[in-house]
Design a protein around this ligand. Sequence first.
Ligand SMILES: C[S@@+](CC[C@H](N)C(=O)[O-])C[C@H]1O[C@@H](n2cnc3c(N)ncnc32)[C@H](O)[C@@H]1O
Length: 221
Amino acid sequence: MADNASRDGTRYGNPDINQLLELIYGDPGPAYADALDTLERTGMPKIQVSANDGRILKLLMRLASAKKVVEFGTLSGYSALWLLAGMGPVGRLWTLELEQAHAEAAGGVFERAGVADQVTQLTGDGRAQLETLSKDGPFDAVFLDADKEGYATYARWALLNLRPGGLLLADNAYLFGLLADDDEEHAEARASVLATHRLLAEHCTAACIPTPDGLAVGVRR
Ligand SMILES: C[S@@+](CC[C@H](N)C(=O)[O-])C[C@H]1O[C@@H](n2cnc3c(N)ncnc32)[C@H](O)[C@@H]1O
């Protein structure tokens, strides 16, 4: 049974429940701790997905039997490890990252986790990689988690390069809580994330999962 408050997304999640569920669903293991420690050690921003978001990514990869996945926004490789876990040992991940330092740190994480041979890292602006990347398609899933201003471009590319039944996923689908605001500062990012929602609604069977900052999920028709 739900009520208006839970339907509106204003209850019932809280830090105590999150902590309890973390204990039940378990520690994913040392590779994930290494990806998080690497953020700390190298002074990268701690803007990775949550453990629960990661579990959702893994689950979705498993449900789609994904074996070829593209990720926009590598950071230290934390979400990449979850995507790879959902694909299993024959999975391949292409992960794109603007910052050379982030890409190098993630490379170390992939080496130490023993998954480097499953990962192709592309460094530079995601927009500049799209043509090259298309040659390795079609893909089973595309995960957007880089610059929000680029989401609409990445989503349009994804719809052309996903197999039918493939997944288009977009994190921060609530744009850090700003999606329904009208401030100038985030106008470009908001237009891009809104366009991504519209593309998902038009071309996919889609919904936005109400994770803390929204995870939009669509199955390409
Ligand atoms: C939110 S973080 C990614 C977090 C990662 N997916 C995780 O959960 O572990 C966003 C990353 O996208 C990168 N980025 C920003 N603009 C980009 C662009 N234009 N192309 C590719 N990557 C970009 C940032 O440098 C940053 O490392």
